[in-house]
Design a protein around this ligand. Structure first.
Ligand code: F6R
Length: 607
């Protein structure tokens, strides 16, 4: 979704701002713009890509060493140059870029129009700009603070004014802002990836705080104007994390990073002596975990699919009932929930609006809340009572890959941890620890299927529909495989429990519609084999993801992709890899923009 980058220091701002916006392109956007302050405001904006903004700047440079910039994902008003940010307030006394949605913008607009403010765009952001201008006297930060008290909704804001050259004011509520603290220069961004390479230390602005940045100073006040003692933390990302390296796309790089991501997720957490796992930040005591009658896992999209795998893992290994809820539904339902229920939010970005709202609602009702999250310092990570970081490094491809496998790995470790407090024996724990340790190598071996996957991709790149079928642990992987294909290749795909397809979806089967079967050796192999035969009997092509050397499947399937054998509960981690690669190669063959699929945003910060 929208991105913000601000810079104040001694270097030409426009160059740094455009570089930062390019880093945020993965979030999804449809227009881009910036303003620099240098003897007045220099606004440049364009509908379309950051490249087009860069082209405009080549013709009309924006001078100065202080400025703010934005990539916009349209909500109020179309994706036009006029609606692109920054927006000016008053007669150009302030310029504002904004992430989020202002819910009371219509009423504020009427009031401001009655006071004589003239609106030029259809955006909710322009309301903020005029509102700040209406309060502006001799203190820009205070004008921003006063304006914020009138806003309902969510915002991450960056504001400059020609009356205060060199100063950037930022504010946040429900939309992230991180400050980059440098030597004689300071930056601000909605996402730390825009700051990498410029600074070593960051500060995550908290809800309702207002920050003021100049080249030499940074200060924070709270909503009541009280100064805040802010402590920085190291950014912990380097340029290698945010560059594609030798890979054609971030998505492919991140697929190949999975063995390392899983090593990082497990580092220091597996305990041989006690045959369990340990987590530093759960903030729940053993009694609370032992007494828990139920867990609710809540998430969206790919993280929701990881949650379903987690349900199977917890029920098998920890013997605790789990319910999995779409965060977008859960936040508005009012289900009766018993006292001893722990709510676990699962999210890569930690900023997904629905997941955040579902977690807040659970807290309001008094449930302990945990989060499994990748982005350190994100809203969900901060607001949960406790949680576990993935340590997967930045995930930049819009289609989530390494976050999914890292989430499932953390869920498996959590299930082991809770299981060992309840009924798992020490030898069972030892076996699980050993198997988990072997995971990164298993994923490395799985990645060697890439060549087979490419052949399959060439054969099926032009299909219009596809089915993904799996049972038990592999049902959520079928959902995830179908989601990957549709989001980046725009082929309609559906995932089902393999046996469920007889109850309707089998009507779709014809010789043009391939079914991707997840059928490694394991407990339900024979059952899935019968489902596969049912599809073959109706003339549907079958692509089988099967265990290496499985002749029985090879005889029946039209195409086969081999994966190494794994215990049933780890099969989701192995089987998802060829599905990620299949979606990737098909999307490439169809000429799709793999890392920036249409209409999608990396972090969905609106409802
Ligand atoms: C799919 C994808 C999305 C996200 C979903 C939740 O590839 O990336 O479906 O999984 O928007 O995002 P997080 O995990 O950041 O809460």
């Amino acid at each position: 979704m929208c991105g913000i980058v601000g810079y104040t220091g001694h270097r030409p701002a426009a160059e740094i701002l455009v570089g930062g916006l390019r880093r945020l392109e993965y979030r999804g956007y449809d227009s881009a713009g910036l303003v620099t302050v240098d003897g007045g405001l220099h606004v440049r904006k364009r509908a379309g890509r950051v490249d087009e903004l860069a082209g405009l700047l080549a013709e009309q440079p924006a001078p100065g060493t202080c400025g703010i910039s934005h990539t916009r994902w349209a909500t109020h008003g179309g994706a036009t140059t006029t609606n692109a940010h920054p927006h000016l307030g008053g007669d150009g006394s302030v310029a504002v870029v904004h992430n989020g949605v202002i819910e009371n913008y219509a009423i504020l607009k009427q009031q401001l129009q009655a006071e004589g403010f003239v609106f030029r765009s259809e955006t909710d952001t322009e309301v903020i700009a005029h509102l700040i201008a209406s309060y502006l006297e001799d203190d820009l930060a205070d004008a921003v603070r006063k304006a914020c008290t009138r806003l309902k909704g969510t915002y991450g804001l960056a504001v400059v004014s020609p009356r205060f050259p060199g100063l950037i004011v930022g504010a946040r509520l429900g939309s992230p802002l991180v400050l980059g603290i440098g030597q004689h220069e300071h930056l601000m961004a909605s996402d730390p990836s825009a700051l990498v390479g410029h600074i070593e230390n960051v500060f995550y602005l908290q809800e309702r705080q207002i920050c003021s940045l100049t080249a030499e100073e940074w200060t924070i006040v709270d909503a009541d104007k009280a100064p805040v003692q802010a402590r920085t933390q190291p950014i912990n990302w380097d340029l290698g994390d945010v560059d594609k390296g030798s890979f054609a796309h971030y998505m492919l790089k991140e697929i190949y990073e999975q063995p390392t991501a899983l090593e990082n997720a497990m580092r220091g957490r597996l305990d041989d002596a006690d045959a369990t796992a340990h987590f530093g930040g759960l903030n729940l005591d053993a009694q609370q975990l032992r007494r828990a009658d139920r867990f609710i896992f809540t998430a969206c999209g790919t993280s929701y699919h990881a949650a379903i795998v987690g349900e199977y893992l917890f029920e098998e290994l920890a013997r605790v009932p789990v319910e999995v809820e779409y965060a977008s539904e859960f936040r508005y339902r009012n289900p009766p929930i018993d006292r001893n229920t722990i709510v676990l939010a699962i999210t890569q970005s930690g900023e997904t609006a629905d997941t955040l709202a579902a977690m807040r609602e659970s807290k309001r009702k008094g449930h302990p809340t945990l989060a499994i999250c990748n982005v350190v310092g994100s809203s969900i990570a901060r607001e949960a009572d406790g949680g576990v970081y993935l340590h997967a490094g930045p995930e930049i491809g819009v289609a989530s890959t390494k976050a999914f496998t890292s989430q499932v790995t953390v869920l498996a470790m959590l299930a082991l941890f809770v299981g060992r407090m309840r009924h798992l024996s020490a030898p069972q724990g030892e076996r699980l620890v050993r198997e988990l340790r072997g995971l990164p190598q298993l994923i490395r071996e799985t990645l060697t299927c890439d060549e087979q996957v490419q052949q399959v991709a060439r054969k099926y790149a032009n299909v219009r529909n596809a089915l993904y079928l799996g049972r038990q642990y592999l049902f959520p992987v079928a959902l995830e495989g179908a989601l990957k294909l549709k989001e980046i290749s725009y082929i309609h795909a559906e995932g089902y429990p393999a046996a469920e397809m007889k109850h309707g979806p089998i009507a779709l089967v014809d010789k043009e519609t391939p079914s991707v079967f997840l059928i490694p050796r394991g407990e339900v192999f024979d059952k899935v084999m019968s489902n596969l035969e049912e599809i073959k009997a109706r003339g549907g092509p079958v692509i089988a993801v099967a265990s290496t050397g499985d002749e029985r499947v090879a005889r029946k399937a039209d195409d086969i992709i081999h994966i190494p054998e794994a215990p049933d509960y780890l099969q989701p981690l192995v089987a998802v890899v060829p599905l990620q690669l299949l979606a990737y190669h098909i999307a490439r063959l169809r000429g799709c923009d793999v890392d920036k699929p249409r209409n999608l945003a990396k972090s969905v910060t609106v409802e």
